[in-house]
Design a protein around this ligand. Structure first.
Ligand SMILES: Nc1ncnc2c1ncn2[C@@H]1O[C@H](COP(=O)(O)OP(=O)(O)O)[C@@H](O)[C@H]1O
Ligand SMILES: [Mg+2]
Length: 367
């Protein structure tokens, strides 16, 4: 997949314009606060998954404007295609090849990008929700139907929580709970099976990258953590999930929400058997995130037969020379969008199309 062109209007601080990108390295340079990350964010939005800054749509629209629009021409499945997103406050319209789609989920798997930014380190150090989000959006990119499963799970979860909160109101509380528990267990069991299968493959791939970065010294591994046996069949997972819900019913009724389940599970990331969240050094954390992102990109390529574009926002300066070389070597032959405050002109590794960003105005010059 190659992003040929991006057109934007009223998007954050970017002044309305149109950019034509190179097929390999695109370097986006400029001082702080000029709009580099905003450009990366615009590209990322076509993923169909949530903004990597988790911004609300309203925040994407330029101050004092009522709507924004971004559009890309991209080359995929051997033809030039087009996608367009209109952001109105509180509403988003999505178009694929000028056909309006009911939701941004319809863009998933079309314009695939993998973003790597300094905030990604919190994936290691932060709470389970960040790791779940990473895994869930990574699965969505290779299996867009997975997002419908997640949406269904959360709809049922909301219903179950509403019932728990107002449990005294309902005469047939147990009957209604059984219906939601059955549904939650079936959908949840499928989600767990998908997550475990993806994590297995991702773990194996990421381990190879991590060995490369650490010169064979470190073993990276991922495993799904949900408090019960994960080495079972999807049907057994559904059954286990149902039992888990039953086991914690008193707790759930006391708190008024579902305290255990797919929405609380975690992914443990270990290096040499030790949990990275608790024990990894800064360097190991960076290497782990880098390995995971490269593994994610490689899986997209493998499963969809199309290379994703790699978005590197401000990360190069955070990596030492060794890791920079490893990363640039692994992603050569891929379309890359790399932001930096100052790009090293003398460095041959950085040859490509250069964009200068100043106060939202983006100018270009071909080297
Ligand atoms: N909705 C918006 N409308 C106008 N300007 C915005 C909006 N959101 C953010 N900005 C501005 O964008 C700038 C930050 O751009 P950013 O892309 O993060 O900079 P950088 O070049 O450092 O990556 C800030 O000046 C901020 O005020
Ligand atoms: Mg930035």
């Amino acid at each position: 997949m190659i992003i040929r062109k991006l057109k934007y209007s009223n998007f954050r601080n970017l002044k309305d314009s149109e950019l034509v990108f190179g097929e390999e390295m695109n370097i986006i340079t400029g001082e702080n606060g000029q709009g580099k990350t905003n450009l990366i964010e615009a590209l990322w939005l076509f993923n169909g998954v949530k903004s990597f800054r988790s911004a609300k749509d309203k925040e994407l629209i330029a101050f004092h404007k009522s709507h924004a629009e971004i559009a890309v021409d991209f080359y995929a499945s051997e033809r030039l295609q087009n996608a367009r997103i209109r952001l109105l406050s509180g509403k988003r319209e999505n178009y694929l090849n000028e056909i309006k789609k009911p939701s941004s989920a319809y863009l998933m798997g079309k314009i695939t990008t993998v973003v790597f930014s300094p905030e990604n380190l919190s994936m290691i150090k932060g709470g389970p929700s960040l790791r779940r989000k990473f895994i869930d959006s990574a699965i969505c990119q290779v299996k867009p139907k997975y997002s419908a499963l997640l949406a269904r799970y959360h709809r049922v979860l909301d219903q179950r929580n509403a019932l728990l909160k107002e449990n005294k109101k309902y005469a047939d509380f147990s009957g209604m709970l059984e219906i939601w528990d059955n549904e939650l267990a079936v959908v949840g069991g499928k989600i767990i099976a998908e997550r475990i299968s993806y994590i297995d493959t991702l773990s194996r791939k990421a381990c190879v990258y991590h060995q490369g970065i650490s010169h064979g010294k470190e073993l990276l591994a991922l495993s799904y953590r949900n408090g019960y046996d994960t080495q079972t069949t999807p049907a057994q997972m559904t059954e286990d999930f149902r039992l888990l819900l039953q086991k914690h019913l008193n707790e759930d009724m006391q708190y008024g929400f579902t305290t255990h389940g797919v929405h609380r599970d975690d992914v443990e990331i270990t290096v040499n058997g030790k949990n990275t969240r608790l024990y990894a050094s800064q360097g190991q954390q960076r290497s782990a995130v880098l390995s995971l992102k490269l593994a994610q990109a490689s899986l997209i390529d493998e499963i969809t037969q199309s290379k994703p574009a790699i978005l590197l926002d401000d990360v190069l300066s955070e990596l030492d020379n060794d890791r920079q070389n490893f990363l640039l070597n692994e992603i050569s032959g891929t379309q890359v969008f790399l932001t930096c405050c100052e790009y090293p002109k003398a460095d041959k590794r950085f040859s490509g199309k250069i964009f200068y960003v100043s106060d939202g105005v983006i100018t270009t010059q071909k080297e």
